[in-house]
Design a protein around this ligand. Structure first.
Ligand code: MN
Length: 232
């Protein structure tokens, strides 16, 4: 059967092995560094892990310019370690979780903070705050068999060369095996899924013209420029 229109092509991210990683779904962990939970006005000692989802099409490649989104006056960066799932599974045990990891990348969970806070405070969904067009920039995915599994190392973000976020992956409240185990209790993880593991303290707003660079020890940088609003 012919289709009415061309199905949307998958987003494909380059890997360190030279092939492409087709992106399936995005799972994003919230408030996973204690200092960031506190800057969001929450007590990190009292929370179970939680996550929200974003469309795969929000992924854009490092080196891109992203449009400043509509309907916000407080567009925030969040530097994150991203886990690329290479093997699916349900109810994965933390002790087995790293077997399901293809690799790791630097990423950004760009956020309409004003809409996220309004939704949070009214008990409404976070979609318009988080599932923003072009809001999930991603660097090259480095295969775990080349760089190893990441549990420590510096994660940092600069805006126009000024350091805004500077932390260590060891500060994650729920580490990579923990978040894989948690998410897979609710959804069968599939190859192509990405888990954005949460951001450290120091989030803040960007404006048109800003350049954002995310650095994680052992990985390629994720570099994004903020452009004008989309008009199409
Ligand atoms: Mn985030």
């Amino acid at each position: 059967m012919t289709t009415l229109f061309e199905p949307q092509a998958p987003v494909i991210v380059a890997t360190s092995e030279g092939n492409g990683f087709p992106v399936r779904r995005l799972f994003c962990i919230g408030r996973n560094y204690a200092a960031h939970a506190r800057e969001m006005g929450r007590d990190p000692d009292r929370e179970a892990p939680f996550f929200f989802t974003k469309w795969a099409e929000t992924v854009v490649l490092s080196g891109s310019m992203i449009a400043y989104p509509a309907e916000t006056a407080n567009f925030h960066y969040e530097a994150e370690l991203v886990v690329a799932i290479g093997k699916g599974g349900r109810n994965i045990m933390a002790v087995d979780a790293l077997d399901h990891v293809y690799g790791y990348a630097t990423g950004l969970d760009m956020t309409r903070r004003d809409l996220q806070f309004e939704a949070r405070d009214k008990g409404r969904p976070w979609d318009t705050g988080k599932n923003v067009e072009q809001s999930s920039p991603l660097g090259i995915i480095h295969a775990a068999n080349a760089v190893g599994h990441l549990s420590t190392g510096r994660i940092a973000l600069t805006v126009n060369g000024v350091v805004k976020q500077d932390a260590d992956l060891a500060d994650l409240i729920w580490n990579v095996p923990d978040v894989i185990a948690y998410v897979s209790r609710f959804y069968r993880l599939e190859q192509g899924d990405l888990i954005y593991t949460g951001t450290p303290a120091g989030v803040g707003a960007v404006v048109e013209g800003d350049e954002i660079v995310v650095t994680i020890d052992g990985l390629s940088d994720c570099i994004i420029k903020v452009g004008p609003k989309a008009h199409d």
